[in-house]
Design a protein around this ligand. Structure first.
Ligand code: UDP
Length: 363
């Protein structure tokens, strides 16, 4: 039987991988081995997703975390190579744009193993973002490029990918599948709305964790000031990423809304369902806001999900206090019209079928 190794390491990768992994187990046409690099390791950033989404326990947990980008990527590269030499897969699947993504793709490519990149072609055109570097390098060495959007396809085309020996596939966005699949279960199992006494209350859901927003005291302070000002009128609920917590402590910054520990996916889906507005620098959450018909203010200077902004479902707020507040105020007063389908359906199935076809052609 043909074998695929999936490289996972961070929260959004567990969510994306849950979809494809389930289809692989249902169809039984090839085998999946899961490698967890350990990039996210707290139980509420990792374990909870495996449990809730019924993702098989990783066969390998490399436990690599808490170091600089170079050391982390380097160690992952070394250890993933060992795993791949041992497992001899026919294909390696990587997701998104983290150090685990790049290390997985590079380790495979150097061994002559084919690479599939789920969420290919996204660009922020901001090379100061570690994620942008990871995704550009990963795309360039991938054989199957699963693009969530037309703009991702056109990014690759304008970088010359039509001349490379790689296949670009417009698959749609796999996070939409995940949300559709787990919505009912999350409504049945999550108690977060009752627990936080949010029933019938108007609230804003905020998440901040990107390096460019947390590493600089002035930037983090400016964003928190906006959230604090907004929370004087409307409650702001913020599941606090460990990095943000650490930097707030370091810079002695406070938040006046409701801070909670990072939540599992089921709780997150309920918070999304009941909130009035999302303010975030997360990539995934921007789309999840749209899937839930909730407007989104992006606490960044740009986004890879440009169609959200073009269609009026999201607005760039940057890190400027006034700009963030203004965008939020507008959205709290007037909702966009959610009549357009931006991200397709059943991306997971499309990705599965392409991979199955591809594997059937490999000797
Ligand atoms: N998420 C979650 N709990 C949280 C915060 C986020 O389950 O406390 C989910 C969120 O719904 C989305 C994903 O994690 O599906 C996004 O991950 P993150 O923001 O860490 O990464 P990004 O999408 O920016 O790469």
């Amino acid at each position: 039987m043909k074998k695929v190794v999936s490289i996972l390491g961070a929260r959004p990768q567990f969510i994306k991988a849950s979809v494809l992994s389930r289809i692989i187990r249902e169809r039984k046409e090839f085998l999946e081995i899961i490698v967890h690099t350990g990039q996210h390791f707290d139980s509420n950033m990792s374990e909870v997703f495996f449990e809730e989404m019924d993702i098989p326990k990783p066969k390998y947990n490399l436990n690599i975390n808490g170091m600089g980008h170079g050391a982390m990527t380097g160690r992952m590269l070394e250890q993933i190579e060992e795993v791949l030499l041992h497992e001899k897969p026919d294909l390696v699947v990587v997701y998104g744009d983290t150090n685990s993504t790049l290390a997985g793709a590079l380790a495979a490519k150097k061994l002559g193993i084919k690479v599939a990149h789920v969420e290919a072609g996204l660009r922020s055109f901001n090379m100061a973002m570690p994620e942008e570097v990871n995704r550009i390098l990963t795309d360039r060495i991938s054989d199957l490029l699963f693009c969530p959007t037309l703009s991702a396809v056109s990014n690759l085309k304008s970088e010359g990918f039509e001349n490379f020996d790689a296949k670009m596939i417009l698959s749609g966005d796999i996070m939409g599948d995940s949300l559709a699949y787990y919505s009912r279960l999350s409504a049945e199992r999550s108690e977060i709305i009752e627990k936080l006494k949010l029933d019938g209350k108007k609230f804003v859901l905020a998440t901040i964790h990107r390096q460019e927003n947390t590493a600089d005291a002035a930037i983090l302070k400016s964003i928190l000031k906006a959230l604090n000002d907004i929370s004087e009128d409307t409650l702001v609920v913020m599941p606090l990423h460990p990095r943000t917590k650490m930097m707030m402590d370091k810079f002695d910054l406070s938040f006046k809304g409701l801070t909670i520990d990072p939540v599992g996916y089921f709780d997150m889906l309920q918070l999304l369902k009941y909130c009035s507005l999302v303010i975030t620098d997360s990539g995934g959450l921007q789309k999840e806001a749209y899937f839930n018909q909730k407007p989104c203010v992006i606490a960044r200077e740009e986004t890879e999900w440009v169609e959200l902004v073009e269609a009026g479902f999201a607005r760039i707020g940057g890190s400027d206090t006034a700009q963030l507040k203004e965008a939020s105020r507008d959205y709290l007063n007037k909702l966009p019209d959610y009549g357009i389908d931006l991200y397709g359906h059943e991306a997971g199935l499309c990705i599965y079928q392409e991979i199955a076809n591809y594997l059937s052609q490999i000797k």
